[in-house]
Ligand binder design. Structure first.
Ligand SMILES: Cc1ncc(COP(=O)(O)O)c(C=O)c1O
Length: 463
């Protein structure tokens, strides 16, 4: 046994792998370093990080400004109880107010996206009582604890349900998923039925407190809604006196171009939750922000939420540093230029590979949906297959790793979401590997004369 194999054996025997049967986690890759857009394994093999790890390392690896801010805070005051205020909280709040929509200005800090949503739900259910139901969507992930997994549409919820770790009062709405429209309609003759149906659900259900959505669906498909969708949804929420909550955990922090994905449609939520990119993943953080109206409600009502590590100084120190770096990066124009290049390269890829059924996305946030048959859209694997077999997307991602490309994936899509610092030559490097590994799926497709769908191209042009 090599030294690395010994270390893997020790680690997999004594620590849990997340979201998997443990027998499938015997040989994880031992990573020893990461810098810029690359990560390095124990044998010094280099991998291009084409998914910003879990769509969170938005500034790439080893950003000096963020690291130094954390070190400085660690030397000064690494921890103080959340009842105190300090310079780190003052700086984080000030920095956040420069990027948040003006209507959202009271902030709660935690340490993950899951907790950010947990806090949002507790607050909104207090505020909206006796109304308590929350409308979420099937293609969604909102976190792993009882509340946030109950809001989740993807198959991870099924396991939480089996474990009896879910909460009541969540209703699922159809997705704004044009490639596989749940109503069988076609944009733009569809009358945006996916949004209109939410009005129907609210009225039929009664007691609805909020609609909670990922503005651009993350793990479950980088689904960009039609341009009219959020304007309509905002109107429906207002007409029915229901709150609109935007889970920007993955879609926030310049991933789709602007700071927040909702800005693509100039729509403001009543509550915004975020995490991941807020510290560019250098330290775990969660953020829940509300309007002044909700904030005022808690002047008299008890805000019955908190953690030992709420407002943790180390977490907060990374936020202004990351915001400074994001602003510098976007001012340079690099992400805006490279995202156009990436988009073009992905569409070209779809011309060469029959297994690509749909190309969709925005900014640095893209999906290639892999199908067996472009005409019928028959998938290789379904939601129910996740966690049960080696999927086609697994096979593609495993082969890509062999060729030095890290790519996150789900049961039906590959996630192209590189750090915002990536340059065009590095995009080309990733595309070159994809060009080779997509042949694995191409070999098993049913040949048709259909071109790939470009389901969000029209939306991106309209913006
Ligand atoms: C949209 C969204 N919400 C919430 C979460 C949960 O965040 P965390 O894993 O930090 O708890 C995720 C994680 O991927 C996410 O993508």
């Amino acid at each position: 046994m090599t030294k690395t194999e010994e270390r893997l054996k020790f680690l997999t025997e004594h620590s849990y792998g997340t979201w998997r049967a443990q027998k499938g986690w015997k040989k994880p890759l031992f990573i020893k370093d990461a810098e810029g857009v690359y990560i390095y394994d124990n044998d010094d093999k280099r991998y291009l990080d084409f998914s910003s790890q879990l769509m969170c390392s938005n500034l790439g690896h080893k950003n000096k400004v963020v690291i130094e801010a954390i070190i400085k805070q660690a030397e000064k005051m690494p921890y103080i109880a959340p009842g105190f205020v300090h310079e780190a909280s003052e700086n984080a709040v000030k920095a956040l107010l420069t990027v948040l929509p003006k209507s959202l200005d009271k902030i709660f800090f935690s340490t993950s996206g899951t907790e950010a949503n947990e806090a949002a739900v507790k607050m909104l259910r207090q505020y909206m009582a006796p109304n308590y139901k929350i409308i979420s969507r099937y293609h969604s992930y909102h976190g792993s604890t009882a509340t946030s997994i109950s809001l989740t549409g993807d198959p991870r919820r099924w396991y939480a349900e089996r474990a009896r770790c879910t909460i009541p009062g969540i209703v699922f709405a159809p997705d704004a998923y044009c490639y596989r429209c749940p109503f069988g309609l076609k944009y733009s003759d569809c009358n945006i039925q996916c949004a209109k149906y939410v009005d129907y659900i609210i009225k039929e259900e009664g007691n609805v407190a909020a609609v909670l959505v990922e503005p651009v669906v993350g793990t479950n498909g980088r689904i960009v809604p039609p341009p009219e969708y959020f304007l309509l949804l905002r109107k429906i929420c207002d007409e029915n006196s229901v709150l609109l909550v935007a889970d920007e955990v993955m879609s926030g922090w310049y991933r789709t171009g602007p700071v927040w994905a909702m800005q693509n449609w100039k729509v403001k939520p009543d509550i915004l939750t975020t995490a991941k990119g807020c510290t560019a993943a250098y330290i775990p953080a969660g953020i829940t922000v509300t309007t002044r109206k909700i904030a005022d409600y808690f002047e008299e009502e008890t805000m019955c939420h908190g953690h030992t590590y709420s407002f943790h100084p180390l977490v907060l120190s990374a936020i202004p540093a990351a915001i400074t770096e994001y602003k510098k990066l976007t001012a340079s124009g690099l992400p805006q230029k490279v995202s156009k290049h990436l988009e073009k390269k992905l569409y070209e890829l779809a011309e060469r590979h029959e297994c690509i059924g749909d190309v969709r996305g925005i900014g640095h946030f893209w999906a290639l949906e892999i199908v067996k048959n472009r005409k019928t859209k028959e998938p290789f694997d379904t939601k129910a297959d996740k966690f049960h077999k080696l999927l086609m997307t697994d096979k593609i991602a495993i082969e890509a790793m062999k060729l030095g490309l890290y790519i996150a994936h789900w049961y039906d899509t590959l996630t192209i979401a590189p750090p915002l610092i990536i340059i065009e030559e590095q995009v080309d490097e990733g595309i070159e590997v994809l060009d080779r590994v997509l042949k694995i799926a191409d070999r098993e497709v049913v040949h048709t004369d259909m071109p790939a769908s470009r389901s969000t191209e029209i939306f991106n042009k309209k913006r």
